[in-house]
Design a binder for this molecule. Sequence first.
Ligand SMILES: Cc1ncc(COP(=O)(O)O)c(C=O)c1O
Length: 323
Amino acid sequence: MRSMSYHLRRVSVRRYAARTRMVILNSPNNPSGAAYSARDLAALAEVLVRHPDVVVLTDEIYEHLVYDGFETASIAAVDPRLAPRTITCNGMAKGYGMTGWRIGFAGGPRELIRAIADLQSQNVNAPSTIGQHAAVAALDGPQAYLAERAAAYQARRDLAVARLDAIPGLACHRPEGAFYLFPSCAGVIGKCTPDGRRIDTDFDFVTALLDAEAVATVHGGAFGLSPHFRIAGDRLSTGRCAAPRPGHARLRRAHAAAGGLRLRRQPAIDRRRLSWPGHRRIAADPPALGSPGRSLPARDLQLACGAAAGAAGVRPARYARAC
Ligand SMILES: Cc1ncc(COP(=O)(O)O)c(C=O)c1O
């Protein structure tokens, strides 16, 4: 449902800017997957330049996970007038599948970056040396798989959106990026679960999914937007959690039980579209939504670890084996 938009609107920025200290942008976005084009950002920037006290923080950690040829943009580059008060953040966790390595980075005005570094060095652990070297190896290494993986995610997104949209009472927009789906569950509000519990909120709905079928999602209220719920695409197929077909079937069953709605037949999966060259298949049946934590090709991860370990004085071979 392309018409469902989660974009921050120029009119909202205009309305609140005078009372605002910082605008936080996250594109592509967690939880909605919405992404801002250069044109969208230019429109927001046009308002923000008129409010010189507003600092802009932009989190672009999902920049390599975009679909349908979407071109990401960064607000300080789109409108350099904002550069002196924009902090641009990124990190290794999503694009490079390095969740858990805890490496992020930011660029911005010197005094703000200095203040962040001062605060962080006192309050938070410093990023590990090995993590930093691994990040450098990943950033300097081959980048071709980023596009291949985004294409695989796109196929999985299309499959998941089609299936969710076919469930009566749910409506799923088609995210431009990231690996989340954020469907509306407005159609089940007011219905009852088989054991008589009324579903009044998205929280009730996600609880019913969890209770009935062990499908774990996050209610939209946690992100300030009800009645929606977030499905994290990275978790659906790792083997740690439900693979999408059983997961989806469970979701449909739980939803049907909760809403008493008739279900439609689902289209068959074209499995050939769900893996990509050079990558180990993540779940045998069906592979579907991949984990960014596992989506760095094993070979590249080993190279990164080897480089990192070498730089840190650990024997690379030993470290690579441990991975
Ligand atoms: C928008 C966004 N930014 C940053 C992060 C942080 O990633 P990490 O702490 O793993 O580097 C996340 C993780 O979910 C995220 O969704």
